[in-house]
Ligand binder design. Structure first.
Ligand code: ATR
Length: 275
């Protein structure tokens, strides 16, 4: 008899994660033979020991969130091309005695975008990525895949240069002090920094200089409307938050583990919007 599948999300801390709501909704909706998807705190200092204990307990898949994506990358025995490209793993799969690492953030970001935005604001257009952490790597790869010209700006310039070297995709680094001079030429602007979480404000962009046909994206989904997005809104610039990307990357992980690509239904989106 086969055992019900056990999946979950690891992070440190992981308490804020809403991934269980998404995965458990799909487990039920698709009648998957799986137990409740859980949140598990993993201390980065004891990553290997604690993940090995989860494998022993019969876990078959784990999503990985901040700050463990690079550790998961080193831990995986087999890596997909996209996880190698980003240097980060957000999906671990344990089967046949091996550990597979994948990164579904890239496809998640791509699928979160309307085709109109891809055509009008990304393809052959100037795209500005704010930040140079793990999330920025996935976004840079996705924009590159969609044919955009990537500009990276980060508080710590060296980290932007590091990404540029590591990803080996064509991109330019913008010094934060020069942002005002170039922002008017950008058609797609993405915030991947943590500015906007909690009580912090993101003031990196002066929106009076932004082209009104540009599209603004904030990876943050809680709060739904960061000050970054409300500044864009005040100027009638189109925008979106990170909730769709969260759902799309989850769908791809779900597909890897259960062989079902779940539908992004209104029922689920309403559930998440209501949180
Ligand atoms: P993630 O994996 O979610 O991208 P991360 O790797 O911790 O998280 O990256 C956080 C990003 O937010 C970084 O680009 C960071 O800038 P630095 O590289 O200079 O640290 C950015 N960030 C965090 N706090 C910031 C602040 N107060 N001002 C500007 N950028 C900030």
């Amino acid at each position: 008899m086969t055992q019900s599948k056990k999946t979950g999300v690891i992070g440190f801390p992981v308490d804020h994660s809403i991934s269980p709501i998404i995965h458990n909704h799909w487990i039920k909706e698709n009648n998957i033979d799986a137990v409740n998807y859980e949140k598990i705190n993993i201390d980065p200092e004891h990553f290997e020991k604690e993940v090995c204990a989860l494998i022993e307990s019969g876990i078959s898949g784990l999503n990985v969130t901040v700050p463990l994506k690079e550790l998961a990358f080193s831990f995986a025995k087999e890596l997909t091309d996209v996880s190698k490209q980003t240097g980060a793993v957000n999906t671990l799969t344990f089967k046949k005695g091996t550990v597979c690492g994948d990164n579904t953030d890239v496809i998640g970001f791509q699928r979160s975008l309307d085709q109109k935005v891809v055509d009008h604001n990304i393809h052959n257009k100037n795209c500005l990525v704010l930040g140079a952490g793990g999330a920025a790597r996935a976004v840079v790869c996705a924009i590159h895949n969609l044919g955009g010209r990537v500009y990276i700006c980060n508080r710590t310039l060296e980290k932007a240069e590091q990404i540029q070297r590591f990803l080996q995709t064509e991109s330019e680094v913008v010094d934060q002090k020069d942002l005002g001079d170039v922002v008017g030429e950008m058609q797609f602007i993405v915030n991947t920094t943590s500015l906007g979480l909690g009580n912090t404000n993101n003031t990196m962009i002066n929106f009076t200089k932004v082209d009104q046909g540009a599209f603004v994206y904030d990876l943050i989904y809680n709060p739904k409307l960061t000050n970054f997005l409300s500044d864009a809104q005040k100027r009638n610039i189109q925008y979106q938050n990170g909730i769709k990307m969260l759902v799309e990357q989850a769908a791809e992980s779900f597909n890897i583990w259960h062989n079902v690509l779940p539908k992004n239904s209104d029922l689920l989106m309403n559930k998440l919007e209501g949180l």
